[in-house]
Write a protein that binds this ligand. Structure first.
Ligand code: NAI
Length: 271
């Protein structure tokens, strides 16, 4: 059911790779809620082609941008303002990638060049995005910027390796930039800490299925789906959350606040 929460709002949505992507669901919901927006992803991701279907469905233009390139981001915000006929009211950062995870490197055997890439793509890109928007004054007064994160920033999950450190930095950037953007244009900056979700990025984590199951059996509400994450992002883009900023908001069915569940106890007792 749509509520018209984003009626008349303009936005930029990054990270929709295929129909499993969290950003894909955000785009569908943003459309349903009345927003107009541009879509962006790394030029290499365009080759997969799926984003074109989404763009057609949402009547949105695609602006390729490597989120580690300030030039690409400058072009993204400039073109987006032109296409949408005004500044963005909301921006979604839904970008993450670790070459160390892709190549199965353990945390005690990281390749440092790849580590730098993980941090650049998954965390610094958020700063670059916001600094570019700030300098161009490309986000409207009272706008909302959201990035997606994972709880490995607070608690250790051994297979999350360097992404845990990248997410910790991402969340810190949200707080630090949130202060400055709040003072400058009343713009809110938050991170949403989502449950494990079966997507291309999520599925790349070692032992994802077990990891997913464990979280699902621990959280009293079970794991939050990508669709539900999109719903939450929409509320953060809407005017209903105008005083929420600089927060890391858990969207995980209660997992982060649960020590152990009865289901996990039963499994331990079986051993
Ligand atoms: P996904 O694989 O569908 O999305 C990741 C996106 O990042 C892709 O669209 C990819 O093309 C894009 N990307 C990679 N390098 C880029 C670059 N240099 N420039 C621009 N875009 C680039 O997976 P998902 O799960 O939808 O990931 C979205 C966000 O959600 C990520 O930040 C991820 O860490 C986060 N997240 C995912 C969870 C999961 O279990 N799937 C749990 C918590 C957070």
């Amino acid at each position: 059911m749509a509520y018209g929460l984003l009626k008349g709002k303009r936005g930029i949505i990054s990270g929709a790779l295929d129909e499993k992507s969290i950003a894909w669901k955000v785009a569908l919901k943003a459309k349903e809620e009345g927003a107009t927006f541009t879509l962006t992803n790394a030029p290499v991701a365009m080759r997969m082609g799926a984003i074109k279907e989404l763009a057609q469905h949402c009547n949105a233009e695609i602006i390729p941008a490597d989120a580690t390139s300030v030039d690409d981001l400058t072009n993204l915000f400039t073109q987006s303002t032109e296409i949408l006929g005004g500044k963005a009211d909301f921006v979604l950062h839904s970008i993450g990638m670790s070459p160390n995870i892709r190549k199965g490197k353990a945390y005690t055997d990281l390749n440092y060049e790849w580590f730098k890439q993980s941090v650049d793509i998954s965390a610094l890109s958020f700063h670059k995005m916001m600094q570019t928007a700030y300098k161009l004054d490309a986000v409207s007064e009272g706008g909302s910027i959201v990035a997606l994160t994972y709880m490995a920033a607070q608690r250790t999950f051994p297979f999350y390796t360097d992404m845990a450190d990248a997410k910790a930095l991402l969340e810190s950037i949200a707080r630090s930039f949130g202060y400055h953007y709040g003072k400058y244009r009343q713009v809110r900056v938050n991170t949403v800490s989502q449950s494990p979700t079966p997507t291309t990025a999520g599925g790349g984590i070692g032992g994802f299925d077990k990891f997913y199951d464990f979280a699902n059996k621990t959280a009293p509400l079970g794991n939050a789906t990508a669709d539900q994450c999109a719903d939450y992002c929409i509320t953060l883009f809407s005017d209903l959350t105008r005083m929420v900023t600089m927060q890391n908001l858990f969207h995980d069915g209660g997992f982060s606040m649960t020590g152990i569940s009865e289901e996990i106890m039963a499994l331990v007792n079986k051993e």
